[in-house]
Design a protein around this ligand. Sequence first.
Ligand code: ADP
Length: 455
Amino acid sequence: METPITIGNQEWCAFEALNIPAIKARIDSGAKTSSIQALNVKRIFVNGVAWVEFEVNPVQDNRSLTVKCKAKVIDSRMIKSSSGISERRYVIKTNVRLGTHEFPIELTLSNRDQMDYRMLLGRQAMESFIINPSKSFCLGDYSPTEVRSFYKHLIKKKSGLKLALLATNKDLYSNQRIMEAAQARGHEIQFLNIQYCYMHMDAAKPGVRYRGGSNLEDIDAVIPRIRPSMTFYGCALLRQFSGIGTYCLNTAESIAQSRDKLHSSQIFTAKGINTPVTGFAKSPLDTKDIISMVGGAPLIIKLLESTQGKGVVSAETNKAAESVINAFRSLNANILVQEFIKEAQGKDIRCFVVNGKVVASIQRQAAVGEFRSNLHQGGVASKVKVTVEEKRLAVRAAKVFDLAVAGVDIIRSNKGPLVLEVNSSPGLEGIENATGKDLANQMIIAIEKKLGYKA
Ligand code: ADP
């Protein structure tokens, strides 16, 4: 009798029929069937037979390397996702190779958010193996260079374009995604830490330099991802880049204007963009009138500097509103007072706008007992279909600030959609995971278009 083969808790799999020479799988004896993370799953019919087209990102930490796959459907099931929405999952059958062992398996195409592994091998596939959970890659391992070389045909040839990401933390999901999307499209991209950039102000030879003295004059485009606490210096750097002819995906002016909640409200009013009714006053003597101006309690009080919902509170009664407003004032805080859109029931919509088009949208639902739907406040994101009116509003709101990339937050009210705010560095993680869209790629394409670059 043949001795059974031992496998570890993770192994490399190959799927010849799917053009996937290597994908890391976790051995998951808790699951019966195996699954692979698949995006943009579409059922098609070939001679009356159901097939699926789908995309796989086979390299664990790289969402930009995409293999397009196609397989016959052998089954489909309705699965309830964590956000409570039922979705159809397709099952395909294909040959898998582990080391030198090849055999057919059933695979569920899963679009599970943030799967730690792109593949899970379930019990069914493991029948002829012995699992040793304390070991890994018993059937052979690949180095990151080897894995990359398997997929080098997916990386575009060097374009000659030089991009820079101007931010603070290289490891953030959004920053990682932007870097890998630029590289996948063949561009060189440099991470510039805002704090290490400095400016040379000289009418004859202005410039931007980087720690150690390197000159940044040959960069074609800068992608700013400036955190709120860095707005002042980050915007100064962007102005300097613009001054030496570098294209900035979002300018200093657009970013500064959209970050100032008071200034944004004034711009929205001037341009006829609907927002919740808002009031601002400096003197405590006017608190009562401000409250009645926005229709009385319940109402919302927002610190001008609030981000991620941290400085947004609700007041249930006029008395409570007065106390909160006066308390903030005594701390010299600048605040906006706003009508409370109760009918939104803790939901709002984030539209991701790139170059005047809504390319993705999600709905965010606040946690129970909370009215703020920010993901940082425990809000949950899910895909949503937005109306033509909402799309138009989002595009107009991005346009008034001249933002090439913007996250426009919209709240659905009885009066129709209202803009809450426009974010110049919209996060990619929540929206890419909920929609399966490669938004980092869209940002890079937007730059290519602006620079007149053709792949
Ligand atoms: P921040 O910039 O801190 O995220 P927002 O103005 O976007 O501040 O508000 C945070 C959240 O609070 C919004 O995403 C929304 O869910 C909720 N919210 C804000 N304004 C209102 C309002 N006027 N009525 C109802 N809910 C609101």
